[in-house]
Design a binder for this molecule. Sequence first.
Ligand SMILES: [Zn+2]
Length: 335
Amino acid sequence: MMKSLFIILASVLSYPLLAQSCESRGPNVILLTLDGVRSYEFFHGTALSHGLELKLRDQGRIFKKLWSNHAQDGMVLGAHKNYKIASSVAVSLPSYQALMLGRATACKDNHCPPVQQETVLEHVKRSMGLEKKEVAAFASWEGLSSAVAMNKDQITHGIFPDIFNDERADASMVSLQQKALLDLPSWKESRKDKYTFELGMEYLKKHCPRLLYISLVDSDEYGHAKDYPGYVNSLRTYDDYIDQVIQTLKGLGTYGSQTTLIVTTDHSRGKGPLWIGHAYTPDSEKHVFLFAHGRGVKPVGQSRQKAGHQNIRPTIEYLMGLAPSGEILPNVQVD
Ligand SMILES: [Zn+2]
């Protein structure tokens, strides 16, 4: 009796591991962007000027898991104003378009037309002859529809408010998106990040994409709502998310060890009381951070080398084995 119970228990416990196995078909990249995260909070933690808005126990370092467990195994840029966005304006859509193209576009606000040239997602898919399901983008904010692709139907996309339902008719992913539409945040044009992240993670585990982009926005919205505790809370959640991605990849065998994670933001925020906006000072909000981890990233921890969003596209191309269309990030090298 005990022995058969043990066998049943062992098979039940091992099931999730089996269900999460990914076949490795070569290098993979996951790009994660967190909207409007100020470098101060990323590098140092909560700002002293917000002491009265936070309980004592909620003050201090924010990205605790990243700094304690992952930063030294990867690379962090930006602590010395050495990492900038590629757009000439610190506004979301121009910045996302520049990130996706590897250079600034004519876009100057959140209402400009969609990208007119092939993005890194489309380029990788076409050049490598990948299937649609192998390149996927999930975004909380609808604006990403104008940045991820010239023709987003070329790639798998789950961008608010679309209900993505591809040829696999994945019922659980469809219901997750429907649930998000019934539980909208107080701000417009977006779904809550928790749904977008869950969609991205479910897609990662089920479909093992070669190139996955997850775009989150709660942080910027709490900022504009002047809600510092809400902003800090969203950043703590992002710290958990980054840790979850790294832990998940560790459990995905060769697929996981063949994957590079890149995390950044589209723009910083203003100093002091200007934190609620993007500030639009000559350049402070254009200085942002980048964290890279996994295949091809040298474990240098914080680096003072200079780089910017224009280096992300070439780096993804390089990591995927394509000829990079520009300079790649420092401390990235594959054998
Ligand atoms: Zn904003």
